[in-house]
Design a protein around this ligand. Structure first.
Ligand SMILES: Nc1ncnc2c1ncn2[C@@H]1O[C@H](COP(=O)(O)OP(=O)(O)OP(=O)(O)O)[C@@H](O)[C@H]1O
Ligand SMILES: [Mg+2]
Length: 268
């Protein structure tokens, strides 16, 4: 895969889709957690729903490079990334949030975002950072502006100087989301982002997800149990049951599918 100076992927000429998942299966010993799952994603937000244990987190982890599929392929811009590490995938624009939040509790909210912007940190920058060359100062100004914008977008300006560990769970989750989008990902993987959020923060999160996925520069896969949120934010939906795709397509149509109602919505 070719990469630009900032590590961004340069699409190949025959790139068909941003993300292509081709018959992916993932097993843990004898447990087949994900079975022959296929789907494409170019833009917008794709909801991934299903009962507990359906394989939703396992599939996100596999897209993020935490698990290796036993079978199948995952492509980004047509390039096979099945064997690439999670670090490599992050460097190429794939970001995720976790079902159980993973904040740097001893850092402030603003520092958590700064870490996400600076993490690519190449060692050759150490000297430049120490002497604050013009390019370092330009980069710092750009980062400060981006952090300000994302803090405002996510309603975190008031708590920017607070340590993450002192925040209520809802704000920690919003911060984790802010950290995932601050570096302008191309593919965002969200695992139950509304868990712990009150109605106001859920509404805010929904409007930010809609806004960033409407630009066409960032697509998202959203795992959620809150069906109203999924219907509000997603333009496509996939239903997983026991690791297999039960239904996929327009969210309203999928929710009317009797098989989906009986396997999930009836008990959601
Ligand atoms: N690291 C692991 N080792 C062994 N089994 C696992 C592991 N991770 C997940 N599983 C199993 O894989 C299956 C799918 O789990 P997964 O966490 O992906 O489901 P989920 O759809 O995210 O569920 P939930 O809605 O409860 O978060 C379950 O049977 C689970 O017990
Ligand atoms: Mg899960």
């Amino acid at each position: 895969m070719k990469t630009g100076g900032s590590g961004d992927v340069i699409p190949s000429e025959d790139a068909a889709h941003l993300l292509q998942v081709e018959e992916v299966s993932v097993s843990f010993g004898g447990i087949r957690a994900v079975s022959q799952v296929s789907f494409d994603l170019d833009q917008g937000c794709c909801g991934l729903i299903g009962p507990n244990g359906a394989g939703k987190t396992t599939l996100l982890d596999t897209l993020a490079g935490i698990h290796t599929p036993r079978e199948g392929r995952i492509r980004l811009d047509g390039h096979d990334l099945t064997g690439q590490s999670s670090t490599w995938r992050a460097q190429h624009g794939i970001r995720r949030t976790f079902q159980r939040h993973q904040a740097f509790g001893w850092l402030t909210v603003e520092e958590n975002l700064l870490v996400a912007l600076e993490w690519r940190g190449r060692t050759r920058r150490i000297l430049a950072d120490l002497v604050a060359t013009p390019s370092t100062r330009r980069r710092r100004r750009a980062h400060a502006g981006r952090i300000e914008h994302v803090l405002e977008l996510c309603g975190l300006l008031q708590v920017r100087h607070q340590r993450a560990a002192t925040l209520p769970i809802g704000q920690v989750r919003l911060m984790e989301f802010a950290r995932a989008i601050v570096d302008e990902p191309r593919l965002l993987l969200l695992d139950e982002p509304t868990s712990g959020l009150g109605p106001e923060d859920t509404e805010r999160l929904g409007s930010v997800v809609r806004e960033i996925t409407a630009t066409g520069t960032c697509a998202a896969v959203l795992v959620e149990h809150d069906l109203d949120f999924v219907m509000d934010v997603c333009d496509r939906m996939i239903v997983l049951v026991l690791g297999e795709v039960l239904a996929a397509g327009d969210p309203a149509e999928v929710c009317r599918d009797p098989e989906v109602i009986s396997a999930y919505i009836g008990v959601a």
